[in-house]
Write a protein of this length. Structure first.
Lengths: 281, 270
């Protein structure tokens, strides 16, 4: 059959390969090259070494937004995981794993991120302004915390699904058997429940980090609605450098390359964990 | 009696939690209720129809209907293209096992680790260069970007299907094409479902890529929302457009609830 497969090779793969080349491989290689180049137009650039990277290191906005994104990602990773773990416990044991509740908490995941941004911006502003007035501060909640709320709202349903499916991996029979063999509750918890829980916790931790790193639409929505550009996470900073400033394409491309390096690193770790867990579909 | 009481409690609790959790959506929903009340307080029987006309007029004037059609067109055909062409490619890459194919397979998987912001500037330029900056061309772009995840989904599954099934069909006189479409594809249907879910949700909700490539002339729903929100003359349309943009994802979810919950509980997303 191998011989015949070879004959049909192009029939099966040509379209996918062509599309993959045009839309991914070519722009990807170009992007990486351009981050090391002095750009005059996308197809005309001179190699300039690491000049772009040296330039962005002294760019205060970039460093600030990178640090802000890091802070944002860590705050979100912790808060989303803690909330969704308890939510998972609640759905699994108090609500008997009911699908309708899982769906309810999963809903924000289906809405486009830009719409979520506008919904949450209006909501956060409405909730926080009277509260801040009470404290005697005339401003509303900083958009950083608004964005934290937005991402939490979007992701807790998804993450609790992961936790629930991990909780199901230790069956009642196994626990019963362990108990009959003389294991104490503490031992069962340490040696059976924790090992089942750790991969799920790692997966959802890195998933939230990845999602928080590439937050863009929500950030854009907050900025547009508030008509300010004080809180810029990394992707919005890259976007603005490309499209609102002139003659900074090289710098923007270098920023994007740094962003890619961080993102790919997080993704690589997530992929390793997923592979170890033996993804089933 | 106790059962009835229990279910009433459950429903009340569900409504309560639902209202609390979905409170951020009230911005659109309540704005609509107030609009409706205002329309109904006109006291004439005709006002009732006015209210519908109002809706229709806003949907038309804001460009919602047009954007909806573009979004639907792009989502359906991109997903179709991704499913057909990537499943074929993934099958060939896994079954015809040599070094070149293994390398290509890992290239596809690597593309999952590349976020779109890296290509934010080069991708629109290349799209323009290859004359792909139109609603048909963007299907090709989505095929290229969606291929990574979909090849991965299909590839891991195909590796677990025994080769012998296909070889038996081939020995019985099936052509290679028929083997794939009539023997392998039906076995792959659970993955196809997952791939459809991930890709539809991604493409329908995607903002950055279409806004950079076709956003000037052809507005999909997320682009329309952003345009309306950033234009002070049109901002009155925003609640209504946000409200109506909720329908499609909800319908999709209602249709595939079980599959969506199952697909996402693996921790994979696009």
């Amino acid at each position: 059959m191998q011989k015949f497969l070879r004959r049909y090779y192009l029939f099966f793969t040509a379209v996918a390969f062509a599309a993959f080349f045009v839309s991914f491989v070519f722009p990807f290689v170009l992007s990486i090259y351009l981050s090391f180049a002095q750009i005059t137009s996308p197809f005309e650039a001179n190699f300039a070494g690491v000049k772009n990277f040296a330039g962005i290191l002294s760019d205060k906005d970039f460093i600030n937004s990178l640090l802000l994104t890091g802070k944002f990602a860590i705050v979100c990773a912790i808060s989303v995981n803690v909330i969704s773990y308890f939510l998972a416990l609640f759905i699994k044991y108090a609500l008997k794993n009911s699908d309708i509740f899982k769906s309810l908490f999963f809903l924000p995941n289906l809405i486009s991120a830009i719409a979520v941004g506008y919904f949450c911006q209006a909501f956060v502003a409405e909730i926080s302004t009277p509260f801040f007035k009470l404290l005697g501060i005339s401003s509303s909640l900083p958009s950083f915390w608004g964005l934290v709320f937005t991402l939490n709202w979007q992701l807790i349903g998804f993450m609790s699904l992961i936790y629930i499916s991990a909780m199901g991996t230790v069956s009642k029979e196994v626990i019963e058997a362990a108990r009959l063999d003389g294991a104490s509750s503490l031992k069962i918890f340490l040696n059976l429940k924790i090992p089942a829980f750790i991969p799920a916790a790692l997966i959802s931790f890195f998933l939230v980090l990845i999602n928080a790193f590439k937050v863009f639409e929500q950030n854009l929505a907050f900025d547009t609605a508030l008509k300010s550009n004080k809180t810029q996470l990394i992707v919005l900073d890259i976007y603005n450098t490309f499209y609102s400033k002139t003659a900074l394409e090289g710098a923007a491309q270098a920023k994007a390359a740094v962003f890619f390096a961080v993102f790919a690193f997080l993704f690589f770790i997530l992929f390793k964990i997923l592979k170890k867990r033996g993804i089933k579909l | 009696m106790i059962k009835l009481f229990k279910s009433v409690c459950f429903i009340t609790f569900f409504v309560f939690t639902g209202a609390l959790f979905l409170a951020p959506l009230k911005y659109a929903v309540f704005a609509e209720v107030f609009r409706a009340q205002k329309a109904l307080n006109g006291y004439s029987p005709a006002a009732f129809f006015d209210f519908f006309w109002d809706y229709a007029a806003v949907l038309y004037k804001s460009g919602f209907l047009e954007a909806f059609v573009y979004s639907l067109f792009i989502t359906i055909f991109s997903t179709w293209a991704i499913i057909i062409f990537t499943s074929m490619a993934a099958w060939m890459l896994v079954r015809l096992n040599n070094k070149f194919n293994t390398f290509l397979y890992y290239c596809f998987i690597f593309s999952m680790a590349v976020p779109y912001p890296l290509l934010m500037w080069t991708s629109p330029k290349t799209a323009a260069f290859f004359h792909l900056a139109n609603p048909f061309g963007i299907i090709v772009l989505y095929l290229g970007f969606g291929a990574g995840l979909t090849v991965f989904l299909y590839g891991t599954f195909i590796k677990r299907i025994p080769k012998e099934i296909e070889e038996a069909a081939f020995m019985d006189g099936c052509s290679v094409r028929a083997v794939f479409f009539n023997v392998t594809m039906p076995i792959l249907s659970p993955v196809t479902m997952a791939a459809i879910i991930f890709n539809v949700l991604w493409i329908w909700n995607d903002y950055l890529m279409p806004s950079l490539i076709i956003g000037q002339q052809y507005k999909t729903l997320p682009i329309l929302i952003q345009n309306i929100a950033s234009n002070p003359q049109e901002i009155n349309y925003l609640p209504l457009v946000l409200f109506f943009s909720l329908y499609m994802p909800l319908l999709f979810f209602a249709a595939f609830k079980k599959n969506i919950l199952k697909a996402f509980s693996t921790g994979i997303q696009k």
